[in-house]
Write a protein that binds this ligand. Structure first.
Ligand code: AMP
Ligand code: GLY
Length: 422
């Protein structure tokens, strides 16, 4: 099979590693990929015509889409219309991620627990509602806002400031033309991942992300500073509960709405005293969650991804490793606000490809073979072990061999499960 993978982050580097290991993969290209992947090609995912032309010229058999942006732009639809099997939902099905209001409607139809909410398109009505709603209150821009569209307002002043900047000043552009105000949920967060072919769903792991930039969960939200899997907050019975009360009914509701979901359904959950509540759905793998899920899938992933594209997932089971994985993200100083770029990474370990992995996100290779950091989140260092402690030790040992003075990382990844830091 000739496979085209779309994306350029460490998530796609992890997917590329797993796909390339498949006996059924003859050729793999990653568009545009990054300097860490030898499958990278200079093809821009936004250029749909160029992607279609590449698929035709190179006899591509299967396309895997990593990030949400091409899904939101309808790349999967264009490829499917041209006859290519695609891992990744249609633009309509990706609304589970791209519209918070749509996600709430589906949760209601599916009878799935989520925070009580109201949706507003009128700033004055939203401000009036916020005068009496319970505090803290959660204010969310409806559309994609690069992970920054959520404000947890502790006071009424913060609430009205957030509403004014999203709906009045349009600080997130059209993403804030509609806003959801929802009840604050208290608990520990966990991300559950399930493959879906439009009808059948299969659990493929869960993980805990670390969204805040600094140790102790302090500082602003980021795309994710590290992750580990599995997270002890969810045991086997908890996973079964999530699959039967959240994932399965949502897949069914999507099919009933005429937009069957084909790809990976990522449920961001809050484990409250009343059980799991959905905070958000994403229509793709998490980054950095994917980096810890891939090493724990104990089989060839290509037949599973392909089955999602062609509707045969009911013929497959998923075999997961009993091991643990932990990923530490290294970012450029100044991330997430103003990352300093162009700084040299003087030395970089390789990882053994079994218990340690060095995955690239934003790097550029220089003529002498060394790398320069070119963005916010730059590297993902992954350790795999028989225990979470061992996985963590391997990831942090790997980091000691990275010489990059302008890079930084959190020292407490896994702290909720391990209760210590390095
Ligand atoms: P989202 O973009 O919807 O994933 O929200 C970003 C982050 O905001 C989540 O990971 C949570 O930490 C927090 N959050 C979102 N919704 C709620 C809520 N209803 N209650 C408490 N925290 C929330
Ligand atoms: N790590 C969070 C996300 O991928 O959305």
């Amino acid at each position: 099979m000739n496979i085209l993978l779309i994306g350029n982050g460490a998530r796609e580097h992890a997917l590329a590693w797993k796909i390339a290991a498949s006996p059924v993969c003859d050729r793999l290209w990653t568009a545009p990929g990054n300097a860490g992947m030898d499958s990278s090609i200079p093809l821009i995912p936004e250029d749909t015509q160029a992607v279609l032309a590449f698929c035709q010229t190179n006899a591509v058999d299967f396309v895997v889409i990593g990030p949400e942006k091409p899904l939101a732009a309808g790349l999967s639809d264009a490829l499917r219309d041209a006859g290519y099997p695609v891992f990744g939902p249609s633009q309509a099905a990706a609304r589970l991620e791209t519209s918070k209001a749509f996600m709430k409607t589906i949760c209601e139809k599916a009878g799935v627990a989520t925070a009580a909410h109201e949706t507003f398109v009128d700033l004055a009505l939203a401000l009036t509602y916020a005068e009496t709603a319970a505090l803290p209150m959660v204010i969310k821009a409806d559309g994609l806002a690069a992970g920054k569209g959520v404000v947890i307002a502790q006071t009424r002043e913060e609430a009205s400031a957030a509403l004014s900047s999203m709906m009045g000043d349009r600080c997130f552009g059209d993403a804030g033309s509609r806003v959801v105000i929802e009840q604050f949920l208290d608990g520990e967060e966990v991300s559950v991942f399930a493959l879906c072919d439009g009808t059948t769903v299969r659990y493929i792991g869960h993980a805990q992300d670390h969204k805040r930039v600094f140790d102790g969960d302090l500082g602003p939200n980021t795309g994710g500073m590290g992750a580990y899997a599995p997270a002890p907050i969810l045991d086997d019975a908890g996973v079964d509960h999530v699959m039967t009360t959240i994932i399965q009914p949502v897949a069914q509701a999507m099919a009933d709405q005429g937009c069957p979901f084909q790809g990976v359904l990522y449920a961001g959950l809050m484990m409250t005293a009343q059980g799991p509540f959905v905070i958000e759905f994403n229509a793709r793998f998490g980054d950095p969650e994917c980096q810890v899920l891939m090493p724990l899938i104990d089989q060839d992933i290509v037949p599973l991804l392909y089955a999602c594209a062609v509707g045969t997932l009911n013929k497959h089971t998923v075999r997961l490793s009993p091991r643990h994985a932990l990923c530490v993200v290294m970012a450029s100083q100044g991330y997430p606000e103003q990352p300093i770029t162009g700084t040299p990474i003087q030395s970089l370990p390789h990882g053994d490809g079994h218990t340690t992995f060095v995955l690239h996100a934003a790097t550029q290779r220089k003529d002498d073979g060394t790398f320069v950091a070119t963005g916010g989140r730059v590297l993902s260092l992954v350790g795999v072990g028989d225990t979470l402690q061992q996985a963590r030790d391997r990831a942090y040992t790997l980091i000691h061999d990275v010489q990059w003075p302008q890079g930084f990382y959190r020292r407490d990844i896994g702290h909720r499960a391990l209760k210590n830091t390095v």
